[in-house]
Design a protein around this ligand. Structure first.
Ligand code: ADP
Ligand code: CIR
Length: 356
């Protein structure tokens, strides 16, 4: 059972959220009834409802506002997670199960923009949690370092195009770090949504980035998830980005066991990343369509796409460059999630060409 002090803190935070004008899914789905049922519960890791909702309590401008403090939370606090997951992923009922992993036809995707008029760069990432370790809020400093050491051993075995070097955040100069962030290779520092979720403890211990010589294959270690596997290159050749992505994931799968749930597929810290965990994005310039942001976001929504700023989530567009990616990751296969982005971006480019 949750400690009375925790319940008191929960009640104060809940009261503030209810009175706020927050548009978060947390506010929408943490009804009084659900709150009263869940506020007393505790997982075997010791996580309470507070550990899952504190980011959304502290940041009323959250889109979602919830993280799973440990893998059990998805089940123990299902009355909150289920409806929120259903809405974010565009329909995933209590009785639904995520399909098995399926990368499909690796030759199905071509270049989205062969003349290079619209697409600046293309990226696919997925998230992985390593079996045997809890999520961020429950990781000890020793475990952060243990994961990093384990990964350094594995990185040194990557073949051919995937081979490269690991750069720990600890000891990295600010110049190098900022350059990697500005070039869109490295995660940012000081994300308040993650900090208030207790996901940045002992920073920068155990955090870092691996990349190959061309910086087209990257792995983030211990940021929001244990691992983020990334394939990225300039231009619109989604086929090439996808092929590299699949070979990287398959290579890592040979050496690590990842947390996978019968119902939710690959398990992640944030419920928006469950399932395939895939976010396939382009950095794209569509000045006519993006002149009206509200309409542009609605249009993207019609293709199940999400618009972000140039520096990713919670950032602004710079130089008219938007990040457009698939929104759903759960309840469809890996192949389908990429296809959704591929076809949606083709339509968006077609509409930009036609727009006055
Ligand atoms: P994530 O994609 O891992 O969920 P973010 O939205 O914070 O997290 O994005 C991470 C970084 O990836 C940011 O620097 C962002 O600009 C960069 N990025 C995303 N998509 C692309 C793309 N298509 N081309 C280049 N950089 C990209
Ligand atoms: C928020 O709720 O805004 C942050 N905790 C980030 C949630 C992830 N958002 C997303 O669309 N993938």
């Amino acid at each position: 059972k949750a400690h009375p002090d925790v319940i008191r803190t929960l009640e104060a935070g809940y009261r503030d959220l209810v009175l706020s004008d927050s548009k978060s899914l947390l506010k929408k789905y943490l009804t009084k009834e659900v709150f009263d049922k869940l506020k007393i519960k505790k997982t075997s890791f010791g996580s309470t409802l507070m550990d899952c909702v504190q980011s959304g309590f502290a940041n009323h401008d959250s889109g979602i506002g919830v993280y799973a403090a440990d893998p059990e939370c998805y089940h123990l606090f299902a009355d909150l997670f289920d409806p929120l997951i259903n809405e974010y992923h565009g329909g995933f009922k209590k009785s639904d199960q995520h399909p098995p992993m399926d990368f499909g036809d690796l030759n199905a995707f071509g270049n989205l923009d062969p003349k290079g008029e619209y697409v600046v760069s293309t990226r696919i990432r997925c998230c992985r949690s390593i079996e045997g370790y809890p999520f961020n809020p429950n990781l000890t400093e020793a475990q952060y370092c243990e994961i990093e050491n384990k990964m350094m051993d594995i990185f040194s075995t990557f073949p051919c195009e995937l081979s490269g070097s690991y750069f720990p955040l600890k000891g990295m100069t600010k110049e190098v770090q900022n350059q990697l962030i500005d070039d869109h290779f490295l995660f940012k520092e000081g994300d308040r949504f993650l900090q208030t979720a207790n996901a940045c403890r002992y920073w920068p211990a155990g955090r870092g980035i691996f990349h190959n010589a061309d910086k087209t294959f990257l792995v983030w270690v211990n940021e929001e998830d244990h691992l983020r596997i990334i394939s990225l290159q300039q231009g619109g050749d989604l086929g090439q980005v996808y092929n590299r992505f699949v070979s990287a994931v398959e290579e890592m799968q040979k050496k690590l066991t990842f947390m996978r749930d019968k119902r939710f597929g690959y398990l992640t810290f944030c419920p928006t990343n469950l399932g395939t965990t895939i976010r396939a994005s382009v950095h794209i310039k569509v000045p006519k369509l993006s002149a009206n942001m509200k309409r542009f976001e609605e249009l993207a929504g019609q293709y199940n796409l999400q618009v972000r700023g140039t520096r990713g989530e919670h950032s602004q567009a710079e130089g008219g460059i938007y990040d457009v990616s698939n929104k759903r990751r759960l309840g469809l296969t890996e192949f389908q999630s990429i296809k959704e982005m591929y076809e949606g971006i083709q339509e968006i480019i077609k509409l930009e060409k036609m727009a006055k």
